[in-house]
Design a protein around this ligand. Structure first.
Ligand code: PLP
Length: 451
């Protein structure tokens, strides 16, 4: 029963990214089942999962083929590790499969269990690479304010969330943050194109100030997801690419959200024509059915990491876990067989984008934006002056999120941006329902805010 579950949850469970005290007063939401794009809660309500869980359930919930593949693998070999020169068939098959799917210069993968672990691995890998290449002074990693790269010490440090830095006295030394390309929030006094170039040049300035001989890498998401679906102006990535091409530092794409079809390409880097030296992956790799992440490694980095010999003293008990690898393989089969990446590019992506961007006419919306199947609505107090934020930043967003849930749909609030990232299997009918529910949610939120 819902009340008994809530009471036990309140008594014993500390939730991530939640004010547990107020959550316990209100009672948690209890999700008991899910199929396709629909969740069911403990009271039997059906809720459209506009966030694909946490940006991860590419193939939709409840796919029997993945459950069957995991069951079969567990019956054969439920666990063994990949340390000390051992391996097993699912890890090999997945590594080979990822090398085929990824851009041609990325031919190796290091496995872990999450996006946070992937970025911890990145942190050590780039420094180890430069040591091996005889440039041990190259240690600084540049990342961006408001980026999210996970919750471990390295992930939080690389991330640019100040509210996270203050808990735990972070970032660790050797991380330098630069501006994000958030035109709506920060750059509206110039054109998006001018702002994109200016934001990119912050990278150039940082490298020149720190010294190229001290900078190991630049890490970034193709589109910042948890930061609020920050879609960079068209000029941003070409300028960053120019800067990186002229300098001897590694580029790490955090593809934890943008990978596996979210932007209508297998990887977000391909969407923007980027050639990362390393790629962090997780989430859509297994569609969240089991925890798994990894770092895809380029041939260039393999020279330092592998060809020069020596151990990379890093690894996780569950690196390449056989059941997780089986889940990933079955998930990739579905993405390929159902042409989900192409579907995002040519079908459901453009279909939803047109309707979502149409919400920009709502009196509460200052900007509606979307690429692939990642979208945001900036809700604002005064549409005529859209860049002026609410006085109580973040409160209207949370209200809007709760109203959306009451209407049977998950939207996420990042400050006062409403975010969606639905499963790639979303049908046209479900997309219509999503947009209609978002509009109803905006109407009701607007009424409440006017009171
Ligand atoms: N990197 C990005 C871009 C993410 O969005 C996330 C999680 O949302 C992570 C890393 C961390 O992944 P995980 O939660 O699997 O540790």
């Amino acid at each position: 029963p819902t009340e008994a579950l809530r009471a036990a949850d309140a008594a014993h469970h500390i939730h991530p990214f939640s004010d547990t005290k107020s959550l316990n007063e209100e009672g948690s939401r209890i999700i008991t089942r899910a199929d396709g794009v629909w969740l069911t809660d403990s009271d039997g309500n059906r809720i459209l999962d506009g966030m694909a869980g946490l940006w991860c359930v590419q193939v939709g919930h409840g796919r029997q083929a993945i459950a069957d593949a995991v069951h079969a693998q567990m019956s054969e070999l439920s666990y063994y590790n990949t340390f000390f020169k051992t391996t097993h068939p699912p890890a090999v098959a997945l590594a080979e499969r990822l090398a085929k799917l990824a851009p041609p210069h990325l031919n190796r993968v290091f496995f872990c269990s999450s996006g946070s672990e992937a970025n911890d691995t990145v942190f050590r890998m780039v420094r180890h690479y430069w040591d091996q290449m005889g440039k041990p002074d190259k240690k600084v990693i540049i990342s961006r304010w408001n980026g999210y790269h996970g919750s471990t010490l390295a992930g939080t440090s690389l991330g640019g969330m100040k509210a996270m830095h203050t808990q735990g006295d972070l970032p660790v030394p050797g991380v330098h943050h630069i501006n994000q390309p958030y035109w709506f929030g920060e750059g509206y006094e110039m054109s998006p194109e001018e702002f994109g170039v200016m934001a990119a040049r912050d990278l150039e300035r940082a490298i020149d100030e720190i010294g190229e001989d001290k900078v190991a890498a630049f890490i970034a998401e193709p589109i910042q997801g948890a930061g609020g679906v920050i879609i960079p102006p068209e000029t941003y990535w070409p300028e960053v690419k120019r800067i990186l091409d002229e300098r001897d530092i590694l580029f790490v794409a955090d593809e934890v959200i943008c990978g596996f079809g979210r932007l209508g390409e297998w990887f977000g880097s391909q969407y923007y024509g980027l050639e990362p030296d390393l790629m962090a992956i997780a989430k859509g790799l297994t569609s969240g059915y089991l925890p798994m992440g990894g770092v895809l490694v380029s041939d260039k980095v393999s020279v330092g990491l592998i060809d020069k010999g020596g151990d990379f003293n890093h690894g996780y008990t569950y690196s390449g876990h056989p059941a997780c690898a089986a889940a990933a393989l079955a998930n990739l089969d579905i993405i390929e067989n159902e042409h989900l990446v192409e579907r995002v590019k040519n079908d459901i992506g453009p279909y939803l984008q047109e309707r979502w961007i149409g919400l920009g006419d709502h009196p509460l919306v200052g900007q509606a934006r979307m690429k692939g199947l990642m979208g945001a609505l900036e809700i604002v107090p005064d549409k005529k002056n859209p860049h002026k934020p609410f006085k109580d930043v973040g409160v209207p967003g949370l209200l809007c999120r709760d109203v959306s849930f009451e209407h049977g749909m998950v939207m996420r609030a990042v400050r006062d941006s409403m975010i969606i990232s639905p499963p790639l299997v979303l049908s046209h009918e479900e997309a219509d329902h999503l947009v209609a529910t978002a509009r109803k949610t905006l109407d009701d939120t607007h009424q409440i805010l006017k009171r």
